[in-house]
Design a protein around this ligand. Structure first.
Ligand SMILES: NC(=O)c1ccc[n+]([C@@H]2O[C@H](COP(=O)([O-])OP(=O)(O)OC[C@H]3O[C@@H](n4cnc5c(N)ncnc54)[C@H](O)[C@@H]3O)[C@@H](O)[C@H]2O)c1
Ligand SMILES: O=c1ccn([C@@H]2O[C@H](COP(=O)(O)OP(=O)(O)O[C@H]3O[C@H](CO)[C@@H](O)[C@H](O)[C@H]3O)[C@@H](O)[C@H]2O)c(=O)[nH]1
Length: 439
């Protein structure tokens, strides 16, 4: 099947290559010429495990190409819209101009019988409005909403082996046509028995924002427990283990620490609240405001903790920050809790050196005022305190004995509850973490 993928960022580039992997003939289109050139040259423009190999393999088949020219979308049976929906500056709502722009560009090449498929995360109501636009300009062309649930760091696996497929379909015969086209796109995945949920547009759009809201709430729940653990001397990691054994709760997404960041959870819960407000249903989501507040408080608490361990003042203290990406196995620094904390520490007078296995280049571009190091050892040279803020494997597996030789003061703050408390304290480190006893 001929497929176009509009928007080749973290989601779209992986989707395009994955669709080619499934056997389709795919053209990826982006307005960013540098990104397109890089993808066409089999160079991943971002760090995502397994993606570059997939890209190289699928480009070599001749089934995948990238371009900035929308005309090349002509003739595709299905057009996936994968452009960004970031938070509007100074507002909670999503900035929908990229989705609007992408669909308008598609209208110039779209033909009757072709299907536009939204994958971006959008405010509920978007699909219905876009379906009217599409049908108005190109009678016989259809629209479906098929939200994406991939996690960065696992994007290839999640795209090729999703937990479920969600199809938001138009009513009646058009719905059956759209379903048949989507089933053909995902035949390999459907045939292996992957659960499929078919719904109206609004439900499909809401499945995505509800899922991210639930995940954010789960993280903020355990971080609220961490706040109480700090007040009582209890240990949030043991608490998470214990409640997580209950199948109804489950241990996943109960890792307390610096909280959630990235290009999805923070902006998606805010856009959901903004949309609920527009619909006159804001009361239903007031709890998400608290989810957001708990999350942001963790960053402030981390800075306080750093000040505490540095004898009450950060002025002139050398602080090493291990981790800049919003999560391990990614170079994505959108709303990164680690960089937020690093910047706050610097504002309070600390001499901060940040390191990350994949995100230094992105960080330097966005936060040029911070100082960067290539390795953890270099960042920690002569440090008064070491903060582990993104739990990369490299940092989890640091040898506290060897690492202790480079610092001035053996003080470690475990922002992700990822280090072995006993090993670090046995090596003479003073250990502090959010929601755990000091060691
Ligand atoms: N990143 C994820 O893990 C993930 C997972 C699921 C859903 N999503 C959702 O997918 C969407 C995309 O997210 P992302 O992380 O890939 O964003 P991104 O910023 O990495 O990529 C968006 C891409 O769209 C391109 N673009 C913008 N306007 C365009 C236009 N008019 N025509 C063609 N290309 C255009 C940009 O140049 C950019 O390359 C968002 O709605 C996001 O919420 C993201
Ligand atoms: O127990 C946990 C789990 C995660 N996090 C943090 O939460 C953030 C988000 O993590 P994760 O959800 O794994 O990463 P994303 O790649 O942003 O994926 C989320 O956002 C995507 C975009 O919408 C969705 O597709 C995914 O299903 C959803 O998990 C990161 O900062 C993590 O450090 C925690 O603090 N504690």
């Amino acid at each position: 099947m001929k497929i176009s993928v509009i928007g080749c960022g973290y989601l779209g580039a992986v989707h395009a290559a994955s669709m080619a992997e499934l056997g389709h003939e795919v053209v990826g289109i982006d307005v960013d010429a540098a990104k397109v050139a890089s993808l066409a040259d089999a160079q991943a423009p971002f760090y995502e495990p397994g993606f570059e190999e997939l890209l190289e393999r699928t480009l070599a088949t001749g089934r995948l190409r990238f371009t900035t020219d929308f005309a090349e979308a002509a003739g595709s049976s299905v057009h996936f819209v994968c452009v960004g929906t970031p938070q509007k500056r100074g507002e909670y709502a999503a900035d929908m101009r990229y989705v609007q722009g992408a669909v308008e560009s598609l209208l110039g090449v779209l033909a009757p019988g072709e299907l536009v498929v939204g994958k971006s995360t959008v405010p509920v109501g978007t699909a219905a409005a876009l379906a009217d636009l599409v049908a108005g300009k190109v009678p016989g062309a259809l629209l479906a909403w098929n939200p994406e649930f991939l996690r960065e760091g696992f994007a290839v696996q999640d795209t090729l082996h999703p937990d479920r497929l969600v199809y938001g379909l138009p009513a009646g015969a058009d719905g059956a046509t759209a379903r048949a086209l989507l089933d053909e796109v995902y035949a390999t995945i459907v045939d292996r028995g992957t659960p499929k949920v078919e719904s109206d547009y609004a439900t499909a759009e809401m499945v995505k924002t509800a899922a991210n809201s639930f995940l954010a709430t789960k993280i903020s729940f355990i971080n609220a427990m961490a706040e109480l653990c700090e007040a009582t001397g209890a240990d949030v990691k043991l608490l998470a283990d214990a409640i997580g054994y209950d199948d109804r709760i489950g241990r996943k997404f109960l890792n307390a620490g610096l909280g959630f960041g990235g290009g999805c959870l923070p902006k998606d819960i805010r856009a959901f609240m903004a949309r609920a407000g527009e619909l006159g249903a804001d009361q239903a989501l007031t709890f998400l405001r608290e989810v957001d507040n708990i999350n942001m408080r963790r960053r402030i608490r981390m800075v306080e903790l750093a000040r505490e361990v540095c004898d009450g003042s950060l002025l002139g203290k050398r602080v090493a920050v291990l981790g800049a990406a919003f999560k391990p196995d990614s170079d994505d620094i959108r709303d990164s809790p680690a960089l937020n904390v690093a910047a706050q520490l610097q504002l309070q007078g600390a001499v901060v050196r940040v390191t990350d296995p994949a995100a230094v280049e992105n960080s330097r571009r966005q936060w040029p005022q911070l100082d960067y190091a290539e390795t953890a050892e270099e960042a920690a040279q002569g440090a008064d305190a070491v903060l582990v803020l993104t739990e990369w494997k490299q940092y989890r597996e640091l040898d506290p004995v060897e690492f202790g030789k480079v610092v001035k003061q053996k003080r470690v703050l475990d922002g992700r509850n990822a280090l072995d408390l006993d090993a670090w304290t046995a090596a003479g480190w003073s250990y502090r973490a959010l929601g755990r006893r000091a060691g």
